[in-house]
Design a binder for this molecule. Structure first.
Ligand SMILES: [Zn+2]
Length: 331
C-alpha cells in the first residue's frame, strides 16, 4: 500500500510500494560512497524497462561501457558481456565518400581526440548513388536485395571495407553474388580518421537516451519530483522513456574529456562527470555528462523557460579510484 506518488518518467500516480530505488548513475559504472539514489521517484515498471533496455546498451555496447569499464577495473574482465549480434553500432558516417559506412571509436593518446576505425563490412551501390553497407554477418542474399533499388551490374558496385578480400569474396559467393575477381570491387585504403567531424553527432539514440536519463535523474535528485514533472521537461522525458524524437534538438557531443585542459590521457581524472547548467546563449537547461571523462555528451533538458531554472548550476565528479563523489565548482 502506501501513499500515492508520481513517477517522473511515466507520470502515473502509483502507491509508494510500487516504486523502486534508482541510482542516478547506473551501478554498472561503479559503486560510490553516499551514492546518489532516487527514492520514491521512479516506478518499478519504468525502472525495469530501463534496466533491461537502454541501460544494458550503455553498459555493454559503448566504448565507455564496453571497454573503459574493464580497463579501469570497475568490472572484472571475467564479467565482460558483449551485446553480440543484438548490439547496435554507435556510429555511421553521415556524408562524403564513405557515407553510410559503420565505424567504431578508439581513444587517441595523441591529442585526446577520438579516432574512428571502420568495421568489416560490404557496401552495395544503390540507384541513388549511395552505398548501403552491411556488416559481414548481416550480408543479405542477393535475392533479398531489392534489385530495383540497387545498381549491381555497374562496375564498382560492391565496396569492401576493413576486411580480407578473400573473406569478402567467400561471403559474397555464398550469398549468390558471383565474384570472379576483384577488379569489380573497390577496396579503399584511404579510410581513416579524417572523417571524425562527420560522425560525431550520430551516436546511437539508445545510448543517448541512457545518457539523457543520467542527466534527468541527476536533476530529479537535486530539484525533486515536483520540479521535474513540469511540462517543460516532457520532450526529454518522452525521449528517454519512449524514444520519441523531440521537436527541438536535444543532443550533442563534444570530443574529448570534460575539462579542456585534460586533453592528454595521462592528465585525465579517472571518473564520471555530471553537470547541469543554464546556458543563456542557447536559452536551455543543459546537462553535460562524461563517463570515464572520455567524451562529453551534451543533453538539452529543457528550453526557453528561464524563470523556472535560472538557479540551477551544479556538477559532481564520481571518482572511480577513490569511490567517492566530489562537488565541482562550475565557475
Ligand atoms: Zn514509471
Amino acid at each position: 500500500m502506501g501513499i500515492l506518488m508520481k513517477c517522473i518518467y511515466c507520470l502515473e500516480d502509483k502507491r509508494s510500494n510500487l516504486f523502486t530505488r534508482d541510482h542516478v548513475l547506473p551501478e554498472s559504472f561503479g559503486s560510490f560512497e553516499k551514492n546518489f539514489t532516487l527514492i520514491n521517484t521512479v516506478c518499478g515498471v519504468c525502472n525495469e524497462f530501463f534496466g533491461k533496455g537502454i541501460e544494458t546498451y550503455l553498459a555493454r555496447d559503448t566504448f565507455e561501457g564496453g571497454t573503459l569499464r574493464y580497463e579501469t577495473n570497475v568490472k572484472n574482465l571475467s564479467e565482460f558481456k558483449s551485446m553480440g549480434k543484438k548490439g547496435q553500432l554507435k556510429i555511421k558516417i553521415l556524408k562524403g565518400k564513405y557515407k553510410g559506412a559503420y565505424v567504431y571509436t578508439n581513444d587517441s593518446n595523441k591529442d585526446g581526440g577520438v579516432l574512428i576505425t571502420p568495421c568489416p563490412q560490404i557496401g552495395f551501390l544503390k540507384s541513388c548513388g549511395d552505398y548501403e553497407y552491411y556488416l559481414l554477418d548481416k550480408i543479405p542474399h542477393k535475392h533479398n536485395l531489392n534489385q530495383s533499388e540497387y545498381n549491381l551490374k555497374d562496375i564498382r558496385s560492391i565496396k569492401v571495407l576493413a576486411c580480407d578480400p578473400d573473406d569478402a569474396k567467400k561471403i559474397l559467393n555464398e550469398k549468390g553474388f558471383v565474384i570472379e575477381n576483384f577488379r569489380d570491387i573497390e577496396i579503399p585504403n584511404d579510410f581513416n580518421d579524417k572523417f571524425l567531424c562527420e560522425v560525431e553527432r550520430d551516436v546511437d539514440d539508445t545510448v543517448f537516451r541512457a545518457i539523457a536519463k543520467i542527466g534527468f535523474n541527476y536533476l530529479a535528485y537535486w530539484e525533486g519530483t515536483d520540479f521535474v514533472i513540469q511540462s517543460s521537461f516532457d520532450p526529454i522525458r518522452k525521449y528517454i522513456r519512449c524514444g520519441k524524437k523531440p521537436d527541438i534538438p536535444l543532443r550533442g557531443m563534444q570530443k574529448g574529456p570534460f575539462f579542456s585542459d585534460e586533453k592528454y590521457s595521462s592528465k585525465k581524472r579517472l571518473g564520471h562527470i555530471i553537470a547541469i547548467n543554464w546556458e543563456s546563449n542557447e536559452r536551455s537547461l543543459v546537462a553535460r555528462i562524461s563517463l570515464f571523462n572520455f567524451m562529453t555528451y551534451i543533453i538539452r533538458l529543457a528550453k526557453d523557460d528561464y524563470g523556472k531554472y535560472k538557479h540551477i548550476k551544479r556538477g559532481h565528479f564520481f571518482n572511480v579510484k577513490g569511490r567517492n563523489i566530489l562537488e565541482m565548482g562550475l565557475g
